[in-house]
Design a protein around this ligand. Structure first.
Ligand SMILES: *[C@@H]1O[C@H](CO)[C@@H](O)[C@H](O)[C@H]1NC(C)=O
Ligand SMILES: *[C@@H]1O[C@H](CO)[C@@H](O)[C@H](O)[C@H]1NC(C)=O
Length: 379
């Protein structure tokens, strides 16, 4: 199963094409750069880059640093996307929200110097070639270099950082939106960086509401079945939405088996609306004890012709009376596959169709750490 998922994600994300730059940017050392020779203040320069979905250039290593000399050879000084709160590289932060200049910098001796200015520019010529100096963000005007991540050739209109984005203004619920995105060989957009967020906001109509806000990447509920997938909080209200798919990949309309789960403001998923595989359910308060007199229903589903593989990774309840029932279908009227209580080693169940219903019930006394289960599509 793991292999199958891995394989399908490899197919989905392999690019036959080579990196390209859009919007007239030039590919240098795996970065897309553009020189603007008009002299602007640092903030105006940054706003100009942002208007293209770009940032002022960032420099994370000596290759990046040399790339600026290459693109900006025709002008002596250019702004870079660095702002210093104090005269110390660790207090200088990159405009793309990736952190400080502590790990790499090319400041000239005696810099940064915030008494002179909090913004940073780059010297392309003479003894200071390749060195960084401090300048006043407002009164100094300089040429500047914008930076965009590279992407892959594709005929989609919104192509950014290796992904194509499509905007759907007709509202849909989370599962419906996800289904529509999968027809495009994508997923509901999950925003993975401040830059991507910026790019999307620039291209969005301000009236556009989108449910990527209910997305969050799983970094706590890691499990062999679900690690690295994107999860979200439950989104039952219809919203307009954005789909995201790898650029440069031919989509023939076949639905990829890797999907996204609408879940998580209620991390246990007790009584959540339909949960799409892959995902995780637990008893309330897990890994702390559940309460007495709890009743929880979990409705699991997977798209297409997949089955659901449910795996209990932790099972510890009062054996007689705090039990989990598993039903092979979309309600508790479906055939019951099993009825479990006590302290059990991990075990798995596979549905015959694409839905599964679970019900946990505790009685009025004795509690325990409860149950955790993962569920994933299975063929
Ligand atoms: C779509 O692509 C998949 C995977 O490459 C392939 O198995 C399937 O036959 C293709 N379907 C069509 C209609 O081309
Ligand atoms: C789950 O829903 C049932 C039925 O509506 C309700 O009785 C129960 O209290 C709910 N459980 C929780 C933990 O809210």
């Amino acid at each position: 199963m793991r292999l199958l998922l891995l394989l399908s994600s490899l197919i989905a994300f392999s690019h036959s094409s080579t990196p390209i730059c859009r919007y007239g940017f030039t590919l240098i050392n795996n970065k897309c750069l553009m020189l603007s020779i008009s002299k602007l203040s640092h903030s105006a320069a940054e706003a100009t880059c942002a208007g293209l979905g770009a940032t002022l250039v960032t420099v994370k290593n000596s290759d990046d640093n040399r790339a600026i000399s290459t693109i900006a050879a025709s002008v002596p000084l250019v702004w870079i996307g660095l702002y210093c709160f104090d005269s110390d590289p660790s207090k200088c932060l990159w405009d793309d929200s990736t952190g400080s200049a502590e790990s790499y910098n090319s400041f000239s001796t005696g810099f940064p110097l915030t008494e002179v200015g909090k913004c940073v520019y780059y010297s392309t010529q003479g003894a200071l070639a390749g060195k960084w100096l401090s300048g006043d963000c407002v009164t100094d005007t300089r040429a500047f270099v914008c930076e965009l991540p590279y992407t892959y050739a594709d005929d989609c209109f919104f192509n950014y950082n290796g992904f194509c984005f499509s905007f759907h203004s007709t509202p849909a619920t989370f599962p419906d939106a996800q289904f529509i995105c999968e027809q495009e060989c994508g997923n509901l957009a999950s925003i993975s960086s401040a830059n991507e967020n910026r790019y999307l906001s620039i291209n969005l109509d301000p009236s556009f509401t989108h449910n990527y806000n209910c997305m969050t990447k799983s970094n706590v509920q890691r499990d062999t079945d679900v690690s690295g997938f994107w999860f979200g909080v439950s989104c039952t209200t219809p919203y307009s939405f954005i789909c995201k798919r790898p650029a440069g990949v031919k989509c023939n309309g076949s639905v990829p088996p890797v999907t996204v789960t609408p879940v998580l403001s209620n991390p246990s998923n007790c009584n959540s609306s339909l949960l799409f595989a892959p995902g995780v359910i637990t008893t309330p308060n897990y890994p702390k004890n559940y309460d007495n007199n709890v009743l929880c229903t979990y409705n699991l589903a997977t798209l297409g012709s997949n089955k659901i593989r449910l795996r209990f990774t932790h099972f510890n309840t009062e054996e007689c009376c705090d039990t989990m029932s598993v039903y092979d279908g979309d309600s508790i009227s479906s055939p019951r596959m099993g009825y479990y209580g006590g302290s059990l080693s991990p075990f798995s169940l596979v549905s015959t169709g694409n839905t599964m219903t679970l019900r946990f019930q505790s009685n009025q006394n004795i509690v325990a750490s409860g149950i955790r289960a993962t569920f994933a599509p299975f063929r």
